[in-house]
Write a protein that binds this ligand. Structure first.
Ligand code: ADP
Ligand code: MG
Length: 317
């Protein structure tokens, strides 16, 4: 099959939000009045971000989900995406499933795929996502203030636990693995939360490289420090069962990658409003600590002693 037939068959859908979509040298996009464009790229590389035999439908979902997560962290409304693919060969079944997973999520968030690039090479999936946010309302990393509470959505560490199981570093029962595998394979971008946090949170980031690493970016950008209570960090019952292995457990919770939850800071006066938001969104929001003057992050165990980690978060180099 030619490259153009491949694009037509698997990656061309209607693009009602674009002035011009797939098929020309460029797409043409109009940002709504009073908004700015929020743009981000995330690349998934076979062998680094996923196993080569990963389920293609779930991979299509995750390729878009990790990008939507960046828009969520900015408080931006998703609008458009481009998809650059490098494929070792043309596998029709794989492509059909990959694009089905991709478009199912795209449709859910009304994201139009407006272009991309398709080449032969090692399996590599790169999305550029575009969204819009009213001028001056984006949730940035540099807005945390001393005295803010630090919050996270959902539960942390399940994706790291599922990955540890797949890598043979820990043994889970089939039922336990099934319970945590969705966090790794089918993360849900917190788009609605990001939108609701506009005007409420002072800073936000999505947790893709581990809580401490990502919160560390907020702290550095905002020139503040943080104190966290380890026991306050929300985890699943499956992961809590691993608390008999303290270093492993702490590593999953504090430094596990691929959570795609949001970490944000907000004034103490917003506490009840945030709890109300959690029930409105049917998504746990948990206060895990506070922003303090200084630098760095101290995590205390239940006895009040600082927890030391061997590795802070995922880094490629
Ligand atoms: P050019 O040679 O001008 O870069 P291409 O031949 O690479 O254009 O692509 C033709 C059209 O198909 C362009 O509009 C491009 O954006 C789109 N396209 C290419 N690959 C993909 C893809 N994987 N998903 C969506 N659109 C794609
Ligand atoms: Mg091209």
């Amino acid at each position: 099959m030619s490259e153009f037939n491949l694009i037509r068959r698997h990656f061309t859908r209607s693009t009602p939000s674009a002035l011009l979509g797939v098929g020309d040298d460029c797409a043409l996009l109009q940002v709504s009045q009073g908004n700015v464009l929020a743009v981000s790229s995330d690349m998934l590389v076979s062998g680094t971000h996923f196993f080569a035999d990963a389920d293609p439908y779930l991979l299509g979902h995750k390729t878009l989900a990790v990008n939507l997560s960046d828009l969520a962290a900015m408080g931006a409304t998703p609008r458009w995406a481009t998809l650059a693919l490098s494929l070792p060969s043309v596998d029709e079944t794989w492509l059909a499933q990959f694009s089905a997973g991709f478009f199912a999520l795209a449709q859910h968030y009304q994201v139009d795929l407006v272009g991309g690039d398709t080449t032969r090479g090692a399996l590599n999936l790169c999305v550029t996502i575009m969204g819009e946010v009213p001028v001056g309302q984006a949730l940035r990393r540099d807005g945390a203030k001393v005295g803010d509470e630090i919050w996270v959505s959902g539960k942390l560490g399940d994706a790291a636990l599922a990955l540890a199981h797949l890598q043979g570093n820990v043994q889970l029962s089939d039922a336990d693995f099934a319970a945590v595998a969705a966090a790794l394979h089918q993360p849900q971008p917190r788009v609605a939360l990001g939108l609701a946090l506009r005007g409420l949170a002072h800073s936000a980031i999505d947790i893709s490289d581990g809580l401490l690493a990502d919160l560390g970016h907020i702290l550095a950008a905002s020139q503040v420090g943080a104190q966290l209570e380890f026991a306050a960090i929300p985890t699943s019952s499956v992961l809590q069962n691993k608390s008999s292995l303290p270093p492993f457990f702490q590593q999953c919770v504090l430094a596990g990658g691929d959570d795609y939850e949001l970490c944000f800071t907000a004034a103490v006066s917003q506490h009840t409003e945030l709890l109300r938001l959690a029930s409105a969104l049917n998504l746990p929001l948990t206060c895990i600590g506070k922003v303090v003057a200084g630098t760095g992050c101290v995590v205390s165990d239940s006895a009040g002693n600082p927890i030391q980690l061997t590795r802070g978060g995922y880094e490629h180099f």
